[in-house]
Ligand binder design. Sequence first.
Ligand SMILES: Nc1nc2c(ncn2[C@@H]2O[C@H](COP(=O)(O)OP(=O)(O)O)[C@@H](O)[C@H]2O)c(=O)[nH]1
Ligand SMILES: [Mg+2]
Ligand SMILES: [Zn+2]
Length: 335
Amino acid sequence: MSAEPEELGGEGTTRPNRVGRVLRVDAKVVHVDLDGTTVQASPRGSLFEIRGEQKNPITVGDFVEVGFDGDPIPVECVLPRRNYLGRVASAHDPREQVLVSNVDQMFIIASLSRPGFSSNRTDRILAACNWHEIPVVLVLNKLDLAKEGEVEAITKTYERIPIQVISSCAIDGRGLNIIADRMKNKVSVFYGPSGAGKSTLLNHIQPGLNIKEGKISKYWKQGRHTTSYSYLHPLKMGGYAIDTPGIRAFRLFDVSGSELRDLFPEFQKFQGDCHYVNCSHDHEPICGIANAVENGTFAQSRYASYLDMLDEARPDMAYDPDDVVMGETEAEPDA
Ligand SMILES: Nc1nc2c(ncn2[C@@H]2O[C@H](COP(=O)(O)OP(=O)(O)O)[C@@H](O)[C@H]2O)c(=O)[nH]1
Ligand SMILES: [Mg+2]
Ligand SMILES: [Zn+2]
């Protein structure tokens, strides 16, 4: 027999929870899309107990089950994620903050001026996307403000990795078709520093979204955040775009030194020249990466980003001299 008709739902009958998708997360409520209607729901307290090392139990893009009873109605559970993007929550909170989930691709929106391009920030996000196996496109926005040769130099560095690089101008429309073509029927995240043009680009790609944009002013350097929460926007062309607030710092969560090396795919080409198989490309005397940086075949900026992240990486257990490998040598008490 099929389930009870809804009108009969009362005490003693159980109605199956409805599955919806999280559009936005506020402090107390989450906005959930239920078959085209947005409802506000409140996470069950139990969701906060099972999150482990994660700061937030629910994020934008999650599929959730919501119940019927209560005001606001409860989010009962979060369905397993296909993927997600995470980082260290903040300098004061070492837990993992989950930024978005269930996405097909990330557009790192960097700007060429106001704010200027940061290779360190770009490389950090790029490494995080590699870690979480999220395909990436790098967008160099504000093409109208680019210094001569800048676009070519940055493009060359990132195409070597390789990733796709699109230069764009949200003011005159250059590059927008290429971005839009890639977004069709996909879930895309727009991520990058505040003021890079994420919201402006999305407003052009889908007129009518009416996302608030930052005003041009001499105070832009103070980093006013116009977009203060992430939002999953359904797209008329098919798919979704997630607009995010600007980021300042980005630290990879729980990645070890050797794992970090694998997040720089260009190392592969040169690491055969390293003297040590497990070379950290940091202090070793004969290092293929350091050589390549010296002779200009590996970008100095990427190498600097790597060393910066290596400083923060979790030590590799296997190389920790105090670590006892299980089952091999049991530490003997001093005789
Ligand atoms: N010159 C120029 N300004 C842009 C471009 N794209 C966006 N802006 C401006 O940059 C400011 C910040 O844009 P906004 O979309 O709010 O950035 P967001 O913080 O990344 O969402 C706004 O004043 C935009 O008008 C561009 O391609 N060229
Ligand atoms: Mg914005
Ligand atoms: Zn090396």
